[in-house]
Design a protein around this ligand. Structure first.
Ligand code: UTP
Length: 288
């Protein structure tokens, strides 16, 4: 079984659900506490052992490339002013030279198209995809363990209320093996009341490179976009897919409510912020 060394992070979307904030600032650069969302996602992948990060960018996203580069003047100024801890943190956050690649999706034609844009850099090996607006700490580590057990293709899933299923890609559940199960079907944004399960595809994938040959055809699906889900459905004809129930909570920071909730949840996990934040929340709740 080939190891998973590379991760694709598609960051070329328009972020229309978060306008006007995302008019000039990529939604992947909005901060959850004091780190850009995309940094949290790179942290998750690095902790799982991913070695190479392929960003599929688009117009107005150059700041993401700058974020994953050395800021020479800033580094020097922090050292001169004795701000060693901040300097060390910036250094820690940065993948090593040569561990990042940037390619451009010239038009936001859909997630499937964005992934296909990374084909030359991924090459002929299985790879991970992490949607950088979905925060799910530790998920990629759990996915890699599932991949080591089952091989094939692995999709992280999470259970939602039945009335929410129409907003997501949904999987059909076959034989189960503890936290994982065989995926027997998938559907993108099913009409209300028609979803085959309550398990949503939550933004983390391990895929075999044969997916590129299917995406190559550029077939459009839901919303007129080239959907990754449609290509995975085709690949299911010849390869195994497993769903992995993520042990944790995913925050969709591309939606305003998900973003606000993620900020509170991540701040409550911080020793320096939890106490004062709880006091502030209590005051706000008392006033409302
Ligand atoms: P989303 O559908 O959440 O992103 O795609 P979006 O299109 O930017 O969001 P809204 O609905 O308009 O608010 C999930 C991820 O896939 C990327 C996005 O940047 C996001 O991180 N994506 C999506 C691309 O890179 N290219 C695309 O054509 C579409």
């Amino acid at each position: 079984m080939k190891p998973i060394r590379k991760a694709v992070l598609p960051v070329a979307g328009l972020g229309t659900r978060f306008l006007p904030a995302t008019k000039a600032v990529p939604k992947e650069m909005l901060t959850v506490v004091d780190r850009p969302v995309v940094q949290h996602v790179v942290d998750e992948a690095r902790e799982a052992g991913i070695e190479h990060f392929i960003f599929v960018t688009g117009r107005g996203k150059a700041v993401i490339e700058d974020h994953f580069d050395i800021a020479f003047e800033l580094d020097r100024m922090l050292q001169e002013r004795g701000k060693q801890a901040a300097y060390e943190e910036l250094k820690r956050d940065l993948p090593a030279a040569g561990q990042t690649s940037f390619t451009r999706q010239q038009a936001p034609l859909g997630l499937g198209h964005a992934v296909w844009c990374a084909r030359e850099i991924v090459g002929d090996e299985p790879f991970a995809v992490l949607l950088p607006d979905m925060l799910s700490r530790g998920c990629m580590g759990q996915m890699l363990s599932a991949y080591e057990r089952h091989g094939g293709n692995v999709i992280a899933v999470e259970e939602v209320a039945p009335e929410e299923t129409h907003q997501y890609g949904i999987v059909s559940v076959g034989e189960t093996f503890g936290q994982t199960f065989e995926v027997t079907g998938m559907v993108e944004k099913p009409k209300q009341g028609t979803a085959p399960s309550n398990f949503i595809i939550s933004g983390r994938y391990i895929l075999q490179p044969e997916i590129f040959g299917i995406l190559e055809h550029g077939e459009k699906g839901a919303g007129g976009e080239i959907q990754l889900t449609d290509a995975m459905i085709k690949l299911m004809g010849s390869q195994d897919f497993f769903g992995m129930r993520y042990e944790g909570r995913t925050y969709d920071t591309g939606s305003k409510l998900g973003f606000l909730t993620a900020n509170i949840a991540y701040a409550l996990d911080r020793k320096d912020l939890a106490g004062p934040l709880k006091a502030e929340i209590a005051k706000l709740l008392a006033d409302h």
